[in-house]
Design a binder for this molecule. Structure first.
Ligand SMILES: CC(C)(COP(=O)(O)OP(=O)(O)OC[C@H]1O[C@@H](n2cnc3c(N)ncnc32)[C@H](O)[C@@H]1OP(=O)(O)O)[C@@H](O)C(=O)NCCC(=O)NCCS
Length: 211
């Protein structure tokens, strides 16, 4: 069906991840109109992808009602999500048209689901979760708010990932494992059991230091 109505949205963040999100928005709807906002004052006077001016600092009063927090850092994405929800903005979930997403997955507001990723049946994504390029979130996984599943990471069926956790690029989490909140799983790690809150787990099999 042809698209004849523009989507109007404000992006918070003007870095590399924001470019990936903008690309997905334009691929869904070439008429998408974006305003782009970033607190990095070094970006004042620059353009976003050579197309849009960047507004800095971010002022919630300047934003459209519909926003997407396009910031890779889980901590900063969380701060902005809470701030914008407090000021009655709507956090738009952005799904690349080439992501494979089950209609039986449950996806909260503000998520980004990148090209060639898979979000399978009965998976549940919390607020502002990133499922990055080629990542696999298999059936019945539960992903906490503000988590990031990095490119080519693979979560087996029934995996739980806690809030704010980063699963690094190419990491594998075996089926049914529970990973805590505020965890970093190193790139390429293989997680073979449960991981407690707040640790950095890396290697094959993944190990962490509790001190
Ligand atoms: C695991 C990780 C968090 C460690 O970061 P760090 O604390 O800054 O670690 P350092 O680079 O100082 O390295 C510390 C040690 O861990 C090792 N190491 C680092 N990353 C590793 C990894 N992914 N797997 C195994 N070992 C790793 C280093 O070789 C070093 O070993 P040494 O003490 O024997 O010399 C980080 O390397 C990583 O993998 N982050 C994930 C990044 C990612 O995938 N981002 C997605 C963006 S889209």
């Amino acid at each position: 069906m042809p698209i004849d109505a523009p989507l109007v949205c404000s992006l918070i963040g003007a870095g590399g991840h924001a470019g990936v999100v903008a690309d997905a928005l334009w691929q869904n709807n070439p008429l998408t109109q974006l305003t782009v906002h970033d607190d990095n004052s070094a970006l004042i006077g620059r353009t976003f992808l050579g197309l849009s001016p960047i507004t800095s600092p971010v002022n919630p009063n300047d934003l459209h009602e519909s926003c997407h927090i396009a910031i890779g850092s889980n901590r900063i994405r969380k701060i902005w999500s809470e701030r914008l929800l407090d000021s009655n903005h709507k956090l738009l979930t952005v799904k690349h048209p080439k992501a494979a997403i089950s209609p039986m997955a449950v996806i909260d507001d503000g998520c980004f689901i990148a090209a060639l990723s898979v979000v399978s049946v009965n998976a549940r994504l919390g607020k502002s979760v990133i499922v990055n390029h080629c990542a696999v979130v298999d059936h019945d996984c539960q992903i906490g708010d503000y988590a990031h599943i990095a490119p080519h990471a693979t979560l087996g069926g029934g995996v739980h990932i806690g809030q704010n956790t980063l699963v690094g690029a190419g990491a594998v989490v075996l089926p049914q494992c529970h990973v805590g909140r505020d965890v970093v799983i190193g790139a390429g790690a293989v997680v073979i059991g449960n991981v407690p809150d707040g640790v950095v787990a890396k290697g094959v099999p993944a190990r962490w230091d509790l001190s």
